[in-house]
Design a protein around this ligand. Structure first.
Ligand code: HEM
Length: 405
């Protein structure tokens, strides 16, 4: 990491700096005043202890994420987590697009229309016992009964992972997520790294066996489509593994946390909930507003490549590390009026919750479908639900409400 802070910007003004530990659990409960203060310091702020630049506004984040030639993913924690052959880690546009297109095509073949009834079945199956307990007046932990299992079961369905392997898949993807983008103490970071490597290996072994099985006996799942892709698009096994692992990791915890934000938001806002019950077409835009207002992936990371570059008047050295604060940018007053307010009827403007640029989220349509179906099912089961227990938040890079145990 580049820990030398330039004192002045290219236009001669003093560069704003901070030492605030914005990634801590303490800030996570209510990060908004801290993020606002940072944004007000400037679009680009030097973090003295992280040794990284923080990018705080909608405009500056979009500039970074769409200039893939100069702001790269290679050499960041993303590559370390996912592997260099996963397309989320690739900067070479051609290589990335060739690979992503194979996957996008496989997604398309799976067909979101075909998936919808399957997702509805999964959600209905999980909701039935929840509804029975809610109707009995019991308090139910929705994070364990709905938020966690919905995305796992959906991705497993997509990939054709059999039910008995699901607990392992959840365990591996949790361990892979631990400490990935947060800033832990050295000991914690080392422990998380060891657990992450073991989980990656466990998952890789499992996926290799699944790939081998689908080669011999294909089904109609994503793995079979990919394994039997036409010669030009066929991928070697290790690339398949890295990219399948990327989907599990990218799609599980993120969607679980978004669902949790959504359920909490509507549980605490009677007016919103009643409006959604009365007009179900409001659910998708309301879910988008939760994404803007709360967000899940609060940070994405990049590195400067190809020489120094100016960003919002600040000159960044070659190799400098950047953290784009999607969470701060999604409450940027230059883009959103009264940004700290949850507004069901806010004019639609794409927010940064699913990223932007050529690494934008491949699974956003799927996640949105899961959220829409999940909310509809919960409102059918209990239109008058409320949040009964206290909750805490995981930290800004992957933020969501979780029950206090
Ligand atoms: C990329 C967020 C669900 C697969 C991304 C990025 C963000 C994001 C912010 C950009 C990362 C960057 O620029 O460095 C989310 C959120 C989700 C979600 C908030 C749920 C609420 C999913 C699902 C899948 C998925 C369900 C797949 C089943 C991917 C993949 C990429 C990605 C493959 C990399 C795309 C590329 O590099 O071309 N996601 N995601 N995500 N996401 Fe998601």
């Amino acid at each position: 990491q580049d820990r030398t802070q330039p004192a002045r910007s290219s236009v001669g003004s003093v560069i704003p700096t901070t030492r605030l530990d914005i990634m801590s659990e303490a800030v996570a409960a209510d990060p908004w005043p801290t993020l606002r203060a940072l944004r007000e310091q400037g679009p680009v702020v030097w973090h003295e202890t992280y040794g990284r630049w923080l990018v705080t506004t909608d405009r500056a984040v979009r500039k970074v994420a769409t200039n893939f030639a100069r702001f790269t993913v290679e050499g960041t924690v993303v590559e370390e987590m996912f592997g260099a052959d996963a397309f989320i880690s690739m900067d070479d546009r051609r290589r990335h697009d060739d690979l992503r297109n194979v996957w996008a095509e496989a997604f398309r073949k799976q067909g979101l229309d075909r998936l919808r009834p399957a997702v509805e079945r999964i959600v209905a199956g999980l909701m039935a016992p929840v509804a029975a307990r809610l109707n009995d007046g019991e308090a139910v932990d929705l994070s364990q009964t709905l938020c966690r299992p919905i995305p796992t079961l959906v991705i497993a369905l997509l990939m054709g992972v059999p039910d008995e392997a699901l607990p392992d898949i959840v365990r591996w993807s949790d361990a892979m997520a631990a400490g990935g983008t947060t800033y832990l103490s050295e000991t914690e970071a080392a422990r998380a790294r060891i657990a992450r490597e073991a989980a990656k290996q466990g998952l890789a072994d499992y996926l290799l066996a699944l790939i081998a099985a689908r080669r011999v006996r294909p089904g109609d799942d994503l793995v079979s489509v990919l394994v039997h892709a036409p010669a030009g698009a066929a991928l070697p096994d290790d690339q398949l593994v890295q990219n399948l692992r990327q989907l599990l990791f990218a799609g599980n915890e993120t969607t679980a946390k978004w669902l949790a934000h959504i359920f909490v938001t509507y549980g605490e806002r009677g007016d919103t909930r009643r409006a959604l019950v009365a007009d179900r077409t409001l659910i998708p835009p309301a879910n988008d507003e939760v994404m803007r207002w709360q967000g899940v992936v609060g940070t994405i990371v990049r590195r400067v490549r190809g020489g120094p570059i100016e960003l919002a008047g600040v000159e960044l050295a070659d190799g400098a590390a950047l953290t784009c604060l999607l969470a701060a940018a999604n409450r940027d007053p230059d883009r959103y009026d009264d940004p700290d307010r949850f507004d069901l009827h806010r004019p639609a403007r794409p927010n940064l919750g699913f990223g932007v640029g050529f690494h934008n989220c491949l699974g956003s349509v799927l996640a949105k479908m899961e959220a829409e179906i999940g909310v509809n099912a919960l409102l059918d089961a209990e239109p008058d639900y409320a949040v009964a227990a206290p909750y805490a938040y995981s930290s800004v890079p992957m933020r969501g409400p979780m029950p206090v145990v």
